[in-house]
Write a protein of this length. Structure first.
Length: 260
C-alpha cells in the first residue's frame, strides 16, 4: 500500500546560506506556487506536491530494492530529484499564452507566460541561478525538467533511454514515474475530467463531450504503465491502471444504452 501524502504545510525558513539544499528547495517551492497558483486543479501546486511525495516514495523504494542486490547500485541525487519534481511543470505549454513576437513577458517572480519565447528552454535554469543554485545543479535540473513529459518521450524514446542509462540522469526515471503515477488511479481520473472541463472548450475543436476523457484513458493513460522506468513505478502503476480500467468498465455499463 502506498503511504499517504502528508498534508501540505509551508516549508520552514531555515537559517542557512543561500544555495544550500533546504533554502533552495524552500525558495523554489515558493516560486513554483507563484507560477502555478492560477492553474486549474489538474496542474496546480497540489499536483506538484503529490509528484514530489511520489518521487520520494519511489526513491526510497528503489534504494531499498538495491540494498537487497549489492551488484546493482544507482547513485541518485536527492536534491536534484526534489527540485526537478517541484519544477517539472513550470513551463507546461498547455498553460502558456501565445503572444505576438516581442520581448518576453515575465511577472515579478520570473514566471513567463509567453509560449513563443525561446527562453522557455532555460526558465528553470535561470530561476535556480537567481535563487542561489550552483550552475551545475541548475543545468541538471533543467535537463530533467525538459525531458519529463509524455509528448517529449513519444517524439524520441531513445533520447530518454540514453539520458537515464548512459548519460548520467537516473533521477529522470524517478521524476517521470512520479509524474505519471499522478495521472493514474482515482487522482488521475479526477485530473482528466478537471482538465477537460477547464480546457476542453479552448482547444479549437468546437463542442466536447465527457466521453473524450475516456478516449484520453485509451490514447495515453493506459499506456503509461508500460512506460514506467523503475520497478517500484511499474508496481504502483499496475494498481492505479486497473482502477482506470475498472472506472472505464463502469462508464461503459452506465452509458451502454445511449443511442439505441
Amino acid at each position: 500500500m502506498e503511504p499517504p501524502p502528508p498534508a501540505h504545510t509551508p516549508m520552514p525558513i531555515v537559517d542557512e546560506p543561500a544555495g544550500t539544499p533546504n533554502v533552495l528547495i524552500t525558495r523554489m517551492t515558493t516560486y513554483m506556487t507563484q507560477c502555478m497558483r492560477n492553474h486549474d486543479p489538474s496542474h496546480n501546486p497540489r499536483h506538484v506536491h503529490r509528484v514530489v511525495h511520489l518521487a520520494h516514495v519511489l526513491l526510497a523504494s528503489e534504494r531499498a530494492r538495491e540494498s537487497q542486490s549489492p551488484s546493482t547500485t544507482t547513485t541518485y541525487d536527492d536534491t536534484v530529484i526534489t527540485l526537478a519534481a517541484l519544477l517539472h511543470d513550470i513551463v507546461d505549454r498547455k498553460y502558456l499564452v501565445p503572444l505576438p513576437p516581442g520581448p518576453t513577458i515575465t511577472s515579478n517572480n520570473g514566471c513567463t507566460n509567453n509560449s513563443n519565447t525561446t527562453t522557455t528552454t532555460t526558465t528553470v535554469y535561470d530561476a535556480l541561478l537567481s535563487n542561489g543554485a550552483d550552475p551545475t545543479l541548475a543545468a541538471r535540473v533543467q535537463k530533467i525538467v525538459s525531458h519529463v513529459s509524455f509528448s517529449t518521450e513519444m517524439k524520441d524514446p531513445d533520447v530518454i533511454r540514453r539520458l537515464i542509462s548512459e548519460e548520467g540522469y537516473p533521477e529522470l526515471a524517478i521524476v517521470q514515474d512520479a509524474d505519471r503515477l499522478d495521472a493514474l488511479g482515482a487522482v488521475g481520473i479526477a485530473r482528466c475530467f478537471t482538465y477537460l472541463g477547464a480546457k476542453g472548450r479552448g482547444q479549437g475543436q468546437g463542442s466536447w463531450e465527457l466521453d473524450e476523457a475516456i478516449v484520453h484513458f485509451e490514447e495515453k493513460l493506459e499506456r503509461l504503465e508500460g512506460m514506467m522506468k523503475t520497478e517500484s513505478g511499474r508496481e504502483m502503476a499496475r494498481v492505479r491502471t486497473e482502477r482506470l480500467r475498472e472506472f472505464k468498465r463502469w462508464w461503459v455499463q452506465e452509458n451502454g444504452r445511449m443511442g439505441d
